[in-house]
Design a protein around this ligand. Sequence first.
Ligand code: PMP
Length: 420
Amino acid sequence: MTKTDMKVFEELESEVRSYCRSFPTVFTKAKGYKMWDEAGKEYIDFFSGAGALNYGHNDPYMKEKLVEYILSDGVTHSLDMATAPKAEFLETFNNVILKPRNMEYKIMFPGPTGTNTVESALKLARKATGRTDIISFTNGFHGMTIGSLSVTGNSFKRKGAGVPLQHVVTMPYDNFVSDSLDDLEYLERFLEDRGSGVAIPAAMILETVQGEGGINAARFEWLQRIEAICKRWDILLIVDDVQAGVGRTGTFFSFEQAGIKPDIICLSKSIGGYGTPLAITLIRPDLDIWDPGEHNGTFRGNNHAFVTATAALSYWKDDTLERNVQEKAKVIKATLQKLVDMYPEMKGEVRGRGFMAGVASEIEGFASKVTAEAFQRGLIMETSGPEDEVFKLFPPINIDDEGLEKGLHILEESVKSVVG
Ligand code: PMP
């Protein structure tokens, strides 16, 4: 029996609440890839806390470390003072993630969430170059504060700002117009045309796979050409790996596979490991030009999050997670392709990379019907894309065969039922 009255949300919470609407139940318990609601119904989680729970729910090792820290009366406030958990995180991140990839970056704590890392990246790029404009891409999503929203390519979300969002030029993302149009040639001409009065931008910001914008995966060649254009024009390349990072696409950083090296990298969501809020901005060392206090904030680097984040990094000492995603992504892709072929009525297209997968349907409302049906049958998934045209599969990166099979089976049954 449900104990919590859902009316509380309707009556007391702001109208802007969103997931309460698409997942109309009260969840009480979660473990790994499973969640349970108050009525005891079990769900398979292909949502992963919108990307904040890549390791699944309540990972036992992270939990042990967190409880140990709490029981030791470790410092709980988060103001950016020196603490042992912060030192341990910095060292572990450098040794386990950066060094083996031959990456040298300064690690900055911009605030607790994704929008904070993006905001800091935009500010720093402008300050470091002395330029104002930023190039962003159609259907990109970077956050909800004014700066990060200004580079977000979603008109519905932009309207929420209530003011014009300025100093940003939006260019077509890979394949936005068609795969035969060379949109990067257009971009280069645009930059070359000094007579046009268009200013050279401070930075370009992009996701290698657009999570909210419709699971659009940019081709590696496109990303490599973007990097070359940035180098040629001395424009900083900011990769927003808030959603596509931390193993989601099959490597720790999503851009590793394209062999590119951004100047600034934004990470949040699963970097805390346990759903603990944490964001980091990785900065090319020579761009680390802010004076102490020039960018600050009360919750810059939460000690509880440092403890779980360091514990999470213990899973990156070998390639187990990367292999899990790379191997199982093939199963996901094959299942989605089978569904698209089996049900031509849904006019579907398989999209994504790694464990960021989905099907875009040309039939209005189809993807939302599939996620609603899946929810009834015990699978948690969300939609993505400007028209909610994509049903999105986002399982934890450590999911086992059984969990994946169960989830995919529910998905297949849900699509079958919606097609009718
Ligand atoms: N960047 C990307 C790519 C995201 O997907 C998101 C969140 N969906 C953000 C930034 C903003 O993160 P947050 O919601 O934690 O502010």
